[in-house]
Write a protein that binds this ligand. Structure first.
Ligand SMILES: O=C(O)[C@H](O)[C@@H](O)[C@H](O)[C@H](O)COP(=O)(O)O
Length: 246
């Protein structure tokens, strides 16, 4: 693994981004899982409960599976979502389902998981519920980045992107109509920069050469409208640890 500060000339101040590059997916999986579990272990030493926010998508499942084996007091860990598609928690395409199947097993089976959606809940009620839970500040946040430069459900050219970036609440509804990176999941609920800010540990998990090249462009600028993933390092607070492998 090579561990160094990422190129920060225009966008990310050098001290705010740390790049962890691995040679293989196995090293990446365990490197990221150990980084997350170490941060949770530190929290559990100092406070009654630790709070972990996780992203969905196609990238992080192996890390969550490795993390599920970490020897932590998982019954003192609250796991919640960075974002959710407007799908019920059992839907195979929901982020809830991904996290239940990849993380909430082995040692982590005892973690307390908060889904955002629930049968009979409107999207406004779901956002309110997520914001109520968010009154407990997150310790560790795991972000992903799409090939269009989105993170959470903050998509380039999303209709309410300005409002989401400026929101004072931790979660807002997202309307990704017209955003190809959202696929067929246009209605969503997303973490905002305000929700990201309190965490003491921020990770971005990415894989592959396409995202590595995109990352260079993301780190070289400071406009979150072009690449909303920039909120990961532009939002004041903890530095961003990027874990990448080919
Ligand atoms: O629900 C979602 O879509 C995710 O939470 C999202 O923010 C994800 O992290 C990125 O889209 C990256 O996804 P990939 O890993 O599939 O590229």
């Amino acid at each position: 693994m090579s561990d160094h500060d990422a190129r920060p000339e225009d966008g990310a101040p050098r001290t705010r981004v740390h790049m962890h590059s691995y040679e293989s997916q196995t090293q990446w999986t365990w490197g990221a899982a150990v980084a997350i579990s170490s941060a949770l272990a530190r929290d559990l030493q100092q406070q009654p409960r630790a709070r972990l926010l996780l992203s969905g998508g196609s990238t992080p499942a192996p890390v969550y599976e490795a993390l599920s084996k970490a020897p932590l007091e998982w019954d003192r860990v609250d796991v919640a979502l960075v974002d959710e598609r407007w799908l019920l928690p059992d839907d195979p395409d929901s982020n809830s389902r991904l996290i239940r199947e990849s993380l909430l097993r082995n040692n982590a089976a005892n973690a307390r998981f908060e889904s955002i959606t629930r049968p009979g809940r409107s999207i406004e009620e779901a956002v309110n519920a997520a914001n109520l839970h968010a009154q407990a500040p997150p310790g560790v946040i795991v972000l992903g980045m799409g090939e269009d430069g989105h993170t959470a459900s903050l998509f380039p050219r999303m209709q309410n992107l300005d409002a989401a970036l400026a929101a004072r609440s931790a979660y807002v509804p997202a309307d990704a109509t017209g955003c190809p990176g959202a696929g067929k999941f246009l209605r969503r609920i997303t973490l905002t920069p305000a929700g990201l800010a309190p965490a003491h540990t921020r990770l971005l998990l990415i894989r592959g050469e396409t995202k590595r090249k995109l990352l260079d462009r993301v780190l070289d600028g400071s406009d979150p409208h072009e690449y909303p993933a920039r909120v990961a390092f532009l939002t004041p607070g903890a530095p961003l640890h990027i874990h990448w492998c080919p």
